[in-house]
Design a protein around this ligand. Structure first.
Ligand code: HEM
Length: 400
């Protein structure tokens, strides 16, 4: 159901250079004006079994935001808020305005693959008197030795993930969500990120991150038999309101780019265990070739080093623990130390963080080769309920 479709008139109009403008009226009269691309007209459905923004292609612009319920707001206000937010997200994702008082920022543009995804943090359940309905999967993440977490930019009662292939559409969506929060909730933190624009590469490719690596190759694939089981909460879960939902671990991971860029390219490749040029394992082949973790070189040492990031994080090395990584890159100018404040807004999806992020991060934290070049600076763990059916809002099965 999450297939991308083409929007109606509102979307199509956005693709036409100056459509409706005087001079271009001739072009319209002579036939259909030529669309610049299909990027604007593509839409993702809001209603469905799972929320959007989990298995959908990474968009070129991302905005992550957390909100806290206002003092005095409880379950009733939270339910009304989720009803408002869900109705708004459905309109925006279809490329329609945000109702009366729309700011006009996204006028002319189509839906641009906008997705709006909602999650609940651990504190949400205390605030709403729903502690008994809180799954143990929301227990706080362990503290890892290399963490440098800023609590002000971490966690939150409510989490919103926005992705779109247009910066104005992404801004407009988050701004409308913030306005619709009204008196019920206020912003806690917000982060902006990006990925490559659709069409920037000759053919669809796995994304690159700001270290220049192809990043996402080892992700579980929807075609694999255990994909659903790895990413989505099973139907027979104890907390039925989460059946078909997923858990998002969000980490702002700064890349120590100055240190990283001092490494020679072949040393950089050994840190990951894959080639930079095409993402192939150092044991050869193409991006999709299985790495040969046993292979040794002429000097008798492992070709993919024992501490290579891709070796240590692989499901086979972690009792099958796997997650779907769907990050955005970020760059917010120089940090206080003068080095780039840049890295990954790492978002990973799993049916259970204790069978996904936690065991893998525990192992990486013991000192994989990448650890020296990154720093986790903010953290969040959110329960992302299943998608809403038509006429329903996200989280209704918990809040009603
Ligand atoms: C694989 C980069 C953080 C889990 C990879 C790969 C790269 C990479 C280049 C190889 C290509 C691929 O399979 O995607 C990074 C960078 C990070 C980071 C730059 C931080 C800035 C993390 C974290 C985790 C993680 C925090 C989880 C705790 C994984 C997993 C794989 C992987 C599960 C796939 C392994 C496989 O299936 O072979 N990462 N990573 N990564 N990474 Fe990371």
């Amino acid at each position: 159901r999450r297939l991308l479709g083409t929007a109606g008139a509102a979307g199509a109009a956005g693709l036409v250079l100056g459509a409706g403008g005087g001079a271009l009226g001739h072009a319209a009269a002579a036939g259909s004006p030529t669309a610049l691309s299909t990027v604007g007209s593509t839409s993702v459905a809001f209603h469905g079994e799972h929320q959007a923004g989990i298995t959908d292609r990474q968009q070129s612009h991302g905005r992550l935001a957390a909100f806290d319920l206002a003092p005095g707001a409880g379950r009733r206000e939270a339910a009304a808020l989720m009803r408002r937010w869900s109705a708004l997200a459905a309109e925006l994702m279809a490329g329609r305005p945000a109702g009366d008082g729309d700011t006009g920022v996204a006028l002319d543009a189509g839906p641009c693959s906008l997705t709006v995804t909602f999650g609940f943090g651990r504190s949400f359940f205390d605030r709403t008197g729903l502690t008994a309905a809180r799954p143990e999967q929301l227990d706080p993440l362990p503290v890892f030795s290399a963490d440098r977490i800023d609590p002000k930019r971490s966690e939150g009662d409510l989490w919103v993930q926005i992705g779109a292939d247009d910066a104005l559409v992404a801004f407009h969506a988050l701004h409308a969500i913030r306005r619709a929060a009204g008196q019920a909730a206020g912003p806690r933190w917000e982060m902006g990120g990006f990925n490559r624009s659709p069409g920037a590469t000759g053919q669809p490719m796995t994304a690159r991150n700001l270290m220049g690596q192809i990043d996402g190759t080892g992700n579980p694939k929807p075609s694999e038999p255990d994909f659903r089981q790895r990413v989505f909460v099973p139907r027979d879960t104890e907390h039925a309101w989460m059946a078909g939902g997923s858990y998002a671990v969000v980490r702002r991971i700064r890349m120590l780019l100055d240190d990283w860029e001092r490494l020679a390219p072949d040393a950089q490749e050994k840190v990951i265990g894959r080639r930079k040029s095409d993402g192939a394992p150092l044991t050869g082949g193409t991006e999709t070739t299985e790495p040969d973790l046993e292979a040794v070189g002429p000097d008798g040492s492992l070709v993919i080093p024992a501490n290579a990031h891709a070796r240590i994080s692989a499901p086979e090395q972690n009792g099958g623990a796997a997650m779907l990584r769907r990050p955005f890159s970020y760059h917010d100018g120089p940090g206080e130390d003068g080095a780039p404040d840049a890295g990954l807004l790492f978002v990973c999806w799993q049916a259970d963080p204790l069978r996904g992020f936690v065991p893998v991060q525990r192992k990486l934290d013991r000192g994989d080769a990448l650890s020296a070049f990154i720093r986790h600076e903010a953290s969040g763990l959110f329960a992302v309920p299943p998608g809403a059916a038509e006429g329903e809002y996200v989280g209704q099965r918990l809040l009603e």
